[in-house]
Every structure is written in C-alpha cells, then in structure tokens.
Design a protein around this ligand. Sequence first.
Ligand code: NAP
Length: 258
Amino acid sequence: MTASAPLATIVTGSSRGIGKAIAEALAAAGHRLLLVARDDAALAAIASDLRARGAKAATCALDLRDENAAAAAVAAARAAFGRVDVVISNAGTAPSDKVENTNQADLHEAFDLHVGAPLAFARATAADFKQQGSGCLVHLASTAGLRGYPFTSAYTAAKHGMVGLARALHAELGPAGVRVYAVCPGFVDTSITRRAAAAIAARGKITADVALQRMGAQNRIGRMHSPEEVAAAVAQLLRDRPAGCVYDLDRDPPAFVD
Ligand SMILES: NC(=O)c1ccc[n+]([C@@H]2O[C@H](COP(=O)([O-])OP(=O)(O)OC[C@H]3O[C@@H](n4cnc5c(N)ncnc54)[C@H](OP(=O)(O)O)[C@@H]3O)[C@@H](O)[C@H]2O)c1
C-alpha cells in the first residue's frame, strides 16, 4: 500500500449493519470501495449514497457461500480500481438454536461463510499482496471466536475457525508485509441481535427491549457496541497498521490478545 494512492478495499456484507458502517467509515477515510453482499438493490443504494458524498464505490452481488464468489469479487475490484489493497470479510449470519437441533448442514453453512469465504479471499489476493509487500485482510470475527456462548454451537465453532484462520494467515503472510486482523466485538446492535431479541420475546417471558439489554449486559464492557464503533476500530487498524492480529473490542480500551 502506498501513502499516495487511495486504497482499493472490498467490504463483504456491506448491504446493512456493521459492513455498511465500515463502508461509510472507509469512504470517509478515502478508500475506493467494492461493496459485496447478495442484496443487489441495497448495495446499489448504499454505493449511490457514498458516491453522492464524493467517494468511489462499486458493487458486486454475490452469495459468498459459493467457493468461486471471492475470486469473482477480487476480479470485479481489479476491473473497477486496477488493484486490491484490503479485504474486509464481514458477511455473516448468526442462527441460534440448542445443540439438539444443530446439524451438519448448519455447521457447513457457518463454516462456508465465516471460514471458507475469508480463506478464498486470502487465496485470491495472497500472491499480489506478497509481491506488493503490503495488503491487509480483516476478519470481522466476534468474542464468540474467543469464548463459548450457549445456543450458538455452529456459529461459535465457525467464529473460532475464523480467528484461527486469521492467526495462521498472520503467521504465513506477515513476514511478507501483509497485515491480518481478526476483530472481535461482543454483541452489536444490528438486525442479527434484534432478530434474536424478537425470537426471545416471542417465547413470552420478556420483551425484546429487555432481551437486548441483557445481551448488552453480557458484553464485558457492560453494553452493546454500535456498528459505528466497530467500523471506527476497523478504520483505525487500517490507518495505523499495528503489528498484532486478534483485536478484542469487548475491553476498555480494546486490546490485542494472544
Ligand atoms: N451483531 C452482532 O452482535 C455481532 C457481534 C460480533 C460479530 N458479528 C459479526 O459481524 C458480521 C456482520 O454482522 P451484522 O450484525 O452486521 O449482521 P447483519 O446486519 O445481518 O448483516 C450481515 C451482512 O452479511 C451479508 N450476508 C449474509 N449472508 C451472506 C451470503 N451468503 N453471501 C453474501 N453476503 C451475505 C448480508 O447481506 P445480504 O443479506 O444482502 O447477503 C449483510 O450485508 C458477521 O460476520 C457477524 O458474525 C456480529
């Protein structure tokens, strides 16, 4: 990455939630953006809004469970901007159920999205990044990649895999000048958590608002993160390029952990 050229950055899962907030923060920081998710119309609306604010933004609608999707996104970014400097692997889902209802298909789905897609992005960019002696891969992981939560066995296993993949890539590509980060927030106020709160409320014992408050209280910082707060942390890592790998946001202040 050079100081003079605006960075060309792919943000997956940028049709809403944390990914949208990351795209907005990086657009403000001068990145050229390729927005990736399945919802073409939502991506187009966000890209149009970013362009209206003076940013360069293109879109690529893909299902990242498809093994070839990452390579297609990298090709689209190269076509739009001539290069790729950063990939933010943020796309994800967080189904919640007891272990008796969790099967191989649930596990495969979680691993395809949270581990397979980031690995495919690394595969598609590693040769160029090593040749450039720069480049950055960011995995939007979770504290579920650092510790266990109930009713999320497939998700928690996949997020541990996502953090482990970041550690392996950091060890392999770091010596060539490539930065690899696993960013680990606790509960964040997005549609994932609001859907979970609504499901808890549907069981009739507490309201969705109380369920959201209890989720926030499970974070070590004692409250829910905002998507903008997570986006600001990602933007700071990309700006300052610190040497660590696994960045726990559920600490005050956030810190790299072993
Ligand atoms: N919310 C939390 O409490 C929390 C906490 C820690 C970590 N995280 C992680 O943060 C990331 C973003 O979560 P969020 O809370 O912002 O969720 P969200 O609001 O539901 O957004 C998820 C994003 O991922 C995209 N996506 C989902 N499946 C996809 C697929 N198969 N192919 C391509 N894109 C796909 C969605 O777009 P389309 O539907 O348009 O495809 C959407 O843009 C996830 O990896 C999640 O695990 C969330």
